[in-house]
Design a binder for this molecule. Structure first.
Ligand code: ZN
Length: 301
């Protein structure tokens, strides 16, 4: 009896000290898929994204890794056990049944998050390209769908002219311009914020069906860009599923950007639930200043 009393006191004190009652909701389960990528930093960026998500206390994260080369016949994650799947994968095709399993999962309401080179993967997989909206490289041409970008006024252009999908100029810091200030992922963000050094993907093309561009970045010809405002944060709805896609995140220093981190946390929550509770942190970048959190690489003991 006495022990129970003190346990209650302990809970009450912890509520008072933290200012918020302990969360009673189950954390959202995230599965990061990786294993092959033309970006050698992928094992670290997977760990970075895992910690960014887990530090919100909203998510628990598992990782499913393919074998390092070729189609992995044993790669059969149980997507249905997760609220959202995050792809950090850019490699060989998955087994057909695994591809169908992801398509079915998203179509039935599963969440999907696409980061940077994940949009290079699976150039010929029709449903994947419908889910991600836009992609680059790996045989993407006019047949894959239009180039999508916005003009100065923010109007979305669907450009069916010929040309390969996917390019970028030299890496640099660039300004991300919010085009939809009402969406749960971007609401409350400064209208413009400076992103740390990254590849600014341009000329992505794809089916772009049911796609909502939330933010763009100007691809400056002086850095080898297109002179267009390229999509940087966007969503796609696919069946009952929600897809959050950012072409940002080339390197560790790109993912250390507080703008990237916050966008990833909010986008992943939105893909899982359709809502966002992650707040904009006080160290968020501004229109003229980048903001980064140095990531401490975890070393095995
Ligand atoms: Zn890259």
């Amino acid at each position: 009896m006495k022990r129970k009393f003190w346990a209650c006191v302990a809970v009450a004190v912890s509520v008072i000290l933290s200012g918020v009652p302990a969360k009673t909701e189950e954390p959202l389960k995230v599965l990061i898929v990786d294993g092959q990528n033309n970006h050698a930093v992928w094992p670290q960026t997977t760990q970075m994204m895992k910690s960014y998500l887990e530090e919100t206390k909203l998510f628990t994260v598992d990782i499913a890794t393919t074998k390092p080369q070729g189609t992995d016949p044993d790669f059969h994650p149980e997507f249905g056990n997760y609220a959202v799947v995050l792809s950090n994968y850019n490699g060989a095709d998955w087994p057909k049944e695994t591809q169908k399993s992801l398509t079915d999962y998203v179509h039935a309401g599963g969440g999907l998050v696409i980061v940077h080179a994940a949009n290079n993967a699976f150039g010929q997989w029709k449903e994947y390209n419908e889910m991600i909206g836009l992609g680059g490289w790996n045989g993407r041409t006019a047949e894959s769908g239009p180039f999508i970008y916005t003009n100065e006024a923010g109007d979305l252009i669907r450009d069916t002219s010929p040309g390969n999908g996917g390019s970028h100029g030299s890496q640099h810091e660039f300004s991300v311009v919010i085009r939809d200030r009402e969406h749960p992922i971007t609401v409350g963000m400064p209208t413009e914020w400076m992103h740390t050094k990254d590849e600014l993907y341009d000329s992505l093309r794809g089916p772009a069906i049911n796609m909502n561009v939330l933010a763009t970045a100007f691809s400056d010809p002086s850095t080898g860009g297109t002179g267009r405002h390229e999509p940087m944060i966007f969503t796609v709805s696919y069946g009952k599923g929600r897809v959050f896609h950012t072409p940002m995140g080339h390197a560790d220093y790109s993912q250390e950007c507080v703008g990237f981190i916050t966008t990833l946390q909010r986008g992943t929550e939105w893909a899982a639930t359709g809502k966002v509770t992650v707040e904009i942190p006080s160290d968020f970048p501004t229109a003229d200043k980048t903001s980064a959190r140095k990531y401490a690489v975890q070393t095995a003991n």
